[in-house]
Design a protein around this ligand. Structure first.
Ligand SMILES: CC(C)(COP(=O)(O)OP(=O)(O)OC[C@H]1O[C@@H](n2cnc3c(N)ncnc32)[C@H](O)[C@@H]1OP(=O)(O)O)[C@@H](O)C(=O)NCCC(=O)NCCS
Length: 414
């Protein structure tokens, strides 16, 4: 539409793009035209939001169409369901349930990711022997093709690890059958001797593996998979969604934020100094990282599980960064309630996850989302299997222009 206004009509828009020097002084470029159109569209969107959010057009309200489909019941996702009050359930089992029921790794207490994968895929709790057998099978199939290793080695070292992971996973679709192998993971990271970190990774990867279907990474894997694109490409696409700061990048942001709080308040870590720092963050227009959630309206049970893990280890209890996470949790909900914007003033899983890794010496912040990405393979792969098994169709929602939405809302809609 903006390409067909009176100034651009006589000259095809691609000529403006290819040869800006040749365009007439009186013609507007694509960029200039867009700059005029954007504020008009923004005002229109604002009007729709204010006047028509609660009006239904068909089975859906205008507020859902223009509000990122928030809360819209429009996806089939069988392996987990997220309740705003009590958090995630995997085939009906809460986080404390799975911690009790699923087999742990030999020599450990925490759930091993393979047992979670079994539960997600089958809806059944595996035996310890079934879990061990699955671990063996995944490890056997886990060799990285040399071409993929060379590809990753050829990337700039400064390229964000999430981008490297996505590129590596996408390249795997060349010649291998899919495997989700978060087993033996801490050994691969060079921390194999640290039993507590291994246990932490087991717990973190298992309980973080799936969070129903509507979150950005899971939904991306599902959407791409619905084109019959293969699991490598679908999961790689999910990783790029996870790389955003409102989604998976939050765990590294939390750590940065907590460390800068520690630097600023120094020895004086108290509820009052933390409260002051929280207000400073909010007044500067930033969000408090690790707090809030698109669905949850209570403290995230995954955060609680990680806190309980910390409380079971004296070493973690004495860690300054873990103590800071705990103290921040004691203050932040009240500050966020007083601030009055967020619908959920409580911590999500990321409020703790990166800080524990930091304590154990994994200080490459940028790597934290990679661990989240590895865990998300569990849920994404499960859904891809079930989408094929159930023959779920290509996802193709209907979209409308601003004008069309307004017309539908005014007419009471069909
Ligand atoms: C997770 C998150 C993206 C959910 O977004 P959402 O569903 O739009 O959240 P809400 O509906 O509660 O947002 C309503 C308002 O509260 C604000 N808000 C939400 N969380 C906030 C936080 N942690 N700190 C300050 N303000 C927050 C939003 O920015 C929004 O403000 P606006 O009306 O000016 O746009 C959001 O809570 C957030 O940015 N949290 C911090 C980042 C984070 O921890 N991400 C990891 C998620 S697992």
């Amino acid at each position: 539409m903006f390409l067909s206004n009176s100034t651009s009509r006589t000259v095809p828009f691609f000529l403006h793009l290819r040869s800006p020097l040749r365009r007439l002084a009186s013609t507007k470029s694509l960029k200039e035209t867009i700059e005029e159109v954007i504020p008009v569209k923004q005002a229109h969107l604002k009007k729709l939001k204010t006047e028509y959010s609660d009006v239904s057009i068909g089975d859906v309200k205008v507020g859902s169409v223009i509000g990122g489909m928030r809360g819209l019941r429009a996806m089939l996702w069988d392996s987990s369901v997220l309740d705003p009050e009590e958090g995630i359930r995997f085939h009906g089992l809460s986080i404390p349930d799975v911690q009790r029921a699923l087999p742990a790794a030999p020599g450990g207490k925490e759930i091993i990711a393979e047992s979670m994968l079994w539960l997600l895929l089958t809806g059944q709790v595996p035996s310890a022997e079934q879990t061990r057998e699955l671990s063996r099978e995944l490890a056997q199939k886990g060799n990285l093709p040399t071409s993929v290793a060379s590809l990753i080695d050829s990337l700039p070292k400064t390229l964000h690890p999430m981008t490297q992971l996505g590129i590596g996973v996408a390249a795997l679709n060349h010649d291998s059958s899919f495997q989700a192998a978060p087993c033996n993971y801490s050994k691969m990271l060079g921390y194999g001797d640290n039993h507590d970190l291994t246990e932490y990774l087991r717990l973190y990867i298992s309980i973080h593996g799936d969070h129903e279907g509507g979150n950005a990474s899971a939904h991306t894997a599902h959407l791409v998979g619905s084109t019959l694109s293969d699991p490598y490409l679908s999961y790689a696409a999910a990783l790029f969604a996870l790389a955003g700061p409102l989604h998976g990048l939050a765990n590294q942001e939390v750590l940065r934020w907590q460390l800068s709080m520690l630097r600023e308040v120094g020895e004086e870590v108290s509820h009052d100094t933390i409260r002051e720092y929280l207000w400073k963050t909010l007044k500067s227009g930033q969000v408090v990282p690790g707090y809030g959630h698109g669905v949850l309206r209570n403290p995230d049970p995954r955060f609680i599980a990680l806190q309980e893990f910390c409380e079971s280890k004296p070493e973690l209890l004495n860690s300054p960064i873990i103590q800071l996470v705990k103290k921040t949790y004691e203050v932040a909900p009240d500050v966020l309630k007083e601030h009055g914007k967020t619908k959920n003033p409580y911590p999500n899983v990321d409020a703790a996850s990166g800080c524990v890794l930091y304590h154990y010496g994994l200080t490459e912040f940028k790597y934290y989302t990679v661990i989240f990405g590895v865990s998300r393979a569990l849920g994404c792969v499960t859904q891809l299997v079930w989408a094929r098994a159930l023959g779920l169709p290509l996802e193709r929602p209907k979209s409308y222009s601003l004008e069309a939405i307004e017309q539908l809302a005014k007419s009471g809609s069909p």
